[in-house]
Design a protein around this ligand. Structure first.
Ligand SMILES: NC(=O)CCC(=O)C(=O)O
Length: 265
């Protein structure tokens, strides 16, 4: 299984964001990727006041990404879009997974919402406009069990344990718009920790750079192996990185250092 992590600088211009996303998925397909991962807020990362209306999963955004997956014959995780829910005041922050024929194989609603106040640095109240999901989701990608999550979820190890122990995930994906301020110290450490403690591959695709009105994202999209080694990483700015997942290596690590099997709680 070859995986591509696509790093974007999505902004207010949705058409431009979709064109940039599609161009990266085209590059991923040309590089032989089976699965391409796009970041959180892939279609829009701008002022709340100008946010496009939320949609059902089979709305315009769902149809757009389904078409990209079908045209390129690739599995595609559209990191997140704003899904319309029953509460008119709050959307869901939802990942959409499409198979090679463009069929929606799964969707996941972000469970942990980013409500954080770091004076002078980060002020964010995601729960004011987003409702939390409540279902962990694992999707079968041609025999590979893939556990879904979004950005801030990364700080909650119990979610990933559930994806692995109950769901059998061997790959954990993390589409993100991780803040530069926290990302500098936490992003790689958390990704590698989730990989090591769960003896899983982790693929993370982030937003990068400045976004209106006042947010800077960390980027550094990467793929980590079950030993915690960073296999590949995207430098600053939009771009992609590709890695092959060696499942024999995963099995060897789990057999030689059976920390998952040795759990007592
Ligand atoms: N979009 C998010 O969930 C941001 C998470 C983040 O930056 C963090 O530090 O956690």
């Amino acid at each position: 299984m070859r995986v591509a992590v696509c790093q974007l600088n999505s902004r207010e211009d949705r058409k431009a964001n979709l064109a940039a996303a599609e161009a990266l998925v085209e590059r991923a397909a040309a590089a032989g990727a089976d699965l391409a991962l796009l970041p959180e807020f892939v279609d829009y990362l701008g002022p709340d006041a100008h946010m496009p209306a939320p949609e059902p999963v089979d709305g315009e955004m769902g149809q757009f990404f389904a078409g990209v997956a079908r045209r390129l014959g690739i599995w595609l995780i559209a990191g997140s879009i704003h899904e319309r829910g029953p509460d008119p005041a709050r959307t869901w922050n939802t990942s959409l997974v499409f198979d090679r024929s463009g069929t929606l194989a799964a969707s996941y609603r972000k469970i942990h919402l980013y409500d954080v106040e770091i004076p002078g640095r980060v002020s964010y109240l995601e729960s004011a406009t987003v409702a939390p999901g409540d279902q962990p989701v694992v999707v079968d990608v041609e025999g590979l069990r893939v556990g879904l999550s979004i950005c801030y979820d990364l700080r909650f190890p119990e979610l990933y344990r559930q994806l692995v122990v109950d769901g059998g995930a061997l790959l954990l994906v993390v589409p993100a718009a991780f803040m530069a301020h926290t990302g500098r110290d936490h992003w790689e450490v958390l990704l590698r920790a989730r990989a090591i403690e769960n003896q899983c591959f982790v693929a993370a695709a982030g937003q990068t750079g400045d976004h209106e009105p006042s947010r800077t994202c960390y980027g550094r999209s990467m793929v980590v192996d079950p030993w915690g080694t960073v296999l590949t990483q995207v430098p600053d700015g939009p771009g992609l990185a590709v890695a092959d997942l060696d499942l024999d290596r995963l099995r060897t690590i789990r057999a030689e250092l059976p920390s998952l099997a040795n759990r007592r709680l």
